[in-house]
Design a protein around this ligand. Structure first.
Ligand SMILES: [Zn+2]
Length: 257
C-alpha cells in the first residue's frame, strides 16, 4: 500500500479524500493544525483504518496561537491541548520557518520547543517543518530522543546532521523541478525515505494549476517510481519498503496501534 506520509485535507469536506483512499487503496498521515482539523482527520480514520493523524501548531500559526486572548505562557497553551497531542499518532507539523513567513523567530522557537517537550513527554514521533532554519533545528533536535520525520526537506545543506540522528525524510511532490529534493532521494538511505503530497493545495502550488484529490495517488506513484529508478529497485519493492518505514516511524514510542 502507498502511504501519503504528510497530507493536509479539506476539513470542511472530507468525502473526496475518503473516496480517493478507498478507491486507490491509499493510507495517510493526515496533518491537523487545529481542533477542527483534528476532528476532520478522525472522521477519515473511522472509515479508513490505514489513515493516521499528526497534530501540532504549524510555525506559520505560532503568532496567532500565542496571542489568543487569555494571558497564558506558551507552555500553558500547549499543555491545554495535551489531550489532542496524546491521542494523535504523531506531533506535527511543528518547526520554524524564516523563508515563507516573517513571524519573529523567538515566538516560533518558543512554540516549537514547547511542542517538542510535549512530544518527548508523551513519546510521540514528530513531523518537522524546517524551511530556512535547517541548521538551528538540527541542533535543537539533538536534545530530543523521539523519532523524527523531516517533511518535504528541500535544503541542500545540513542533511548529514539529520541523517546522524536517524531521521526519516519525505520526498515532496516537486522532485522533478527541485534539485534539492531529487538529490535527497540519492543521499537518504532507502530505510529512511517516505513520500508525501502535502495535500492538493500544495501540489497546486507546484504545478501552478487546479489539482483535485483524485490526482494525489498518481503523484505518489510517480515519486515512488523515481525512487525506484534512482535506487535501482522495482517500484513494487520500494512501495513495500516505504510501507515498512511508515509503520516503523509511527510505532514504538508512545503509539500502540
Ligand atoms: Zn504541510
Amino acid at each position: 500500500m502507498i502511504f501519503d506520509s504528510h497530507v493536509h485535507i479539506d476539513a470542511e469536506n472530507t468525502e473526496p479524500f475518503i473516496k480517493v483512499c478507498k478507491e486507490y487503496q491509499i493510507g495517510a498521515l493526515i496533518n491537523a493544525e487545529s481542533v477542527c482539523e483534528y476532528e476532520a482527520a478522525q472522521q477519515v480514520m473511522q472509515s479508513q483504518p490505514t489513515c493516521f493523524v499528526s497534530f501540532g501548531i504549524h510555525p506559520w500559526k505560532s503568532k496567532k496561537f500565542c496571542s489568543e486572548e487569555k494571558p497564558l505562557q506558551t507552555s500553558e497553551r500547549v499543555a491545554a491541548l495535551e489531550n489532542y497531542y496524546r491521542h494523535a499518532d504523531a506531533i506535527g507539523e511543528i518547526g520554524m520557518d524564516s523563508v515563507w513567513c516573517d513571524i519573529d523567530l523567538m515566538i516560533q522557537r518558543e512554540v516549537f520547543t514547547a511542542q517538542l517537550d510535549m512530544a518527548e513527554a508523551l513519546l510521540k514521533p514528530i513531523v518537522l517543518h524546517t524551511k530556512g532554519q535547517e541548521k538551528e533545528i538540527a541542533q535543537i533536535l539533538r536534545n530530543y530522543s523521539v523519532k523524527k520525520l523531516l517533511h518535504w526537506y528541500s535544503c541542500k545543506e545540513h542533511l548529514e546532521e539529520y541523517l546522524e540522528q536517524d531521521c526519516y525524510f519525505t520526498v515532496g511532490p516537486d522532485f522533478k523541478r527541485n534539485q534539492a529534493v531529487s538529490s535527497l532521494i540519492e543521499r537518504v538511505p532507502l530505510d529512511r525515505l517516505l513520500v508525501e503530497t502535502d495535500g492538493a493545495m500544495a501540489v497546486q502550488w507546484v504545478l501552478e494549476r487546479k489539482v483535485y484529490e483524485q490526482e494525489l495517488p498518481g503523484i505518489l506513484s510517480g515519486t515512488i517510481q523515481a525512487i525506484a529508478t534512482i535506487k535501482n529497485r522495482k517500484a513494487s519493492e520500494v512501495e513495500q519498503l516505504l510501507e515498512e518505514n511508515f509503520y516503523r516511524f509511527l510505532q514504538g514510542n508512545g503509539n500502540s496501534r
